[in-house]
Each structure stands twice: as C-alpha cells, then as structure tokens.
Design a protein. Structure first.
Length: 118
C-alpha cells in the first residue's frame, strides 16, 4: 500500500509563496507519475501539475508560470512551489500517484489546506 503525506499548507497573503511537500512511502516511487490537485469549497477536484519519473512536467493553465512541481526520487518526495498566490488558489491541495502508464490516479494523500488572504 502506498501512503502519501502532504505538508506545508497554511495561510498566506496574496502575492506570497508557499512550498508544499509530499512524502511517499514506497521505494517504487521512482516509477510513478506524481501530481498535485486542488479542491476549492463547492468545486470539483482539479489538476494543478504533474511530473513523470524522468521529470517531465505538465501544468494547468492557471498554474503555469506561477507554480513549479519537482521531485526527489532518492528521498521519495514531491514538491509544489507556489508563487504569486492569488485568492482563487485557496483550496485543499492533494498529492496523487499513479503507475507510469496508468490512466487513473491510484493513490491520494489526505490533503493540506492553503488559504490565500487579501
């Protein structure tokens, strides 16, 4: 069983930065795609960014140029650097993992709250 544990959420003013971290429990981490999703109150969970085992990245349009996803395969860690935060970035952020060529995300973390204030 794969366990994902997010950390780094909190309260930040608009324009500020936060760095989220996700610790993954198994050493097969290096073969998994990793992703960050967010879910705002009353809305569906949405993709923020993904990263392959080799480091190729993909971003939602709302995240491009402001957020950076990265991973450390040796430490089984995934990160989301969020800069120039906006009020609409307020949401619960979830870490997710899936086998390299799977079409669905198999594992999810419990989420970490990010609140952006004016």
């Amino acid at each position: 069983q794969v366990q994902l544990v997010e950390s780094g959420g909190g309260l930040v003013q608009a324009g500020g930065s936060l760095r989220l971290s996700c610790a993954v429990s198994r050493t097969i981490f290096g073969f998994y795609d990793m992703g960050w999703y967010h879910q705002a109150p009353g809305k569906q969970r949405e993709l923020v960014a993904t990263i392959t085992p080799s480091g190729s990245t993909n971003y939602a349009d709302s995240s491009k140029c402001r957020f950076t996803i990265s991973r450390d395969n040796a430490k089984n860690m995934v990160y989301l650097q969020m800069d120039s935060l906006k009020l609409e970035d307020t949401a619960v952020y979830y870490c997710a993992a899936k086998p390299r060529y799977s079409s669905s995300w198999h594992y999810w973390g419990q989420g970490t709250q990010v609140t952006v204030s004016s």
